[in-house]
Design a protein around this ligand. Structure first.
Ligand code: IMP
Ligand code: MG
Length: 181
């Protein structure tokens, strides 16, 4: 499904970042991370559900030995606003002690999820923790640690596609769409 504008649940969505630009950014991030983690067998911890397409593509751009695990947290209801409380739905199963951890997020909005994840990772006493996010809402995000690798900085706007949902739908769109509503 690709078209310049979509009418979904009464909202008008237009393409913000096209598939080719997503691919280019993922390749760049993969190259940067490969360079920084050479010989360190990092473990990517991807955040379900949104980061699935991103981590699948990013892993294949990583050159070297690595592992992957998943964590599931939730803050969003079914709408466009965060509820403000983070819940752990599914914890990681790998041991992170002494490991080089790279947390993979689809988007950093308020920064609450990333902060929750940082604490959870630190508890496991890893050798290092870094964050990669495909999208960062720069004006809005409040984190007191760096987001080390960022695909795109975007404004304070609501986006869907390439893993990002609206009411759990539209994660399957190949491009990233935005609504001004
Ligand atoms: P935060 O805790 O406010 O940073 O929100 C992070 C999570 O909220 C992301 O991992 C997404 O699942 C979801 N989210 C934030 N902004 C958007 C958006 O614009 N579209 C879809 N999901 C979003
Ligand atoms: Mg998410």
């Amino acid at each position: 499904m690709k078209s310049p504008a979509l009418e979904l649940d009464g909202h008008r969505f237009t393409i913000l970042i096209g598939r080719e630009d997503i691919d280019k950014a993922v390749r760049r991030l993969g190259q940067e991370i490969s360079r920084d983690y050479r010989g360190r067998n990092p473990i990517f911890v991807a955040v379900l559900n949104g980061a699935v397409p991103f981590v699948a593509d990013l892993l294949r751009e990583f050159d070297g030995e690595c592992e992957v695990d998943y964590i599931k947290i939730g803050s969003y209801g079914n709408k466009m606003e965060s509820s403000g409380t983070i819940k752990l739905h599914k914890d990681i199963s790998a041991s992170l002690t002494g490991r080089h951890v790279i947390v993979v997020e689809d988007i950093i909005d308020s920064g609450l999820s990333a902060t929750f994840l940082k604490h959870r990772m630190d508890e496991a006493r890893p050798a290092s923790v870094r964050f990669v996010a495909l999208l960062l809402k720069k004006e809005k995000a409040r984190v007191d640690f760096p987001i080390d690798y960022v695909g795109f900085e975007i404004g304070n706007e609501f986006v869907i596609g390439y893993g990002l949902d609206y009411g759990q739908k539209y994660r399957n769109l190949k491009d990233i769409y935005v609504t001004k509503d």
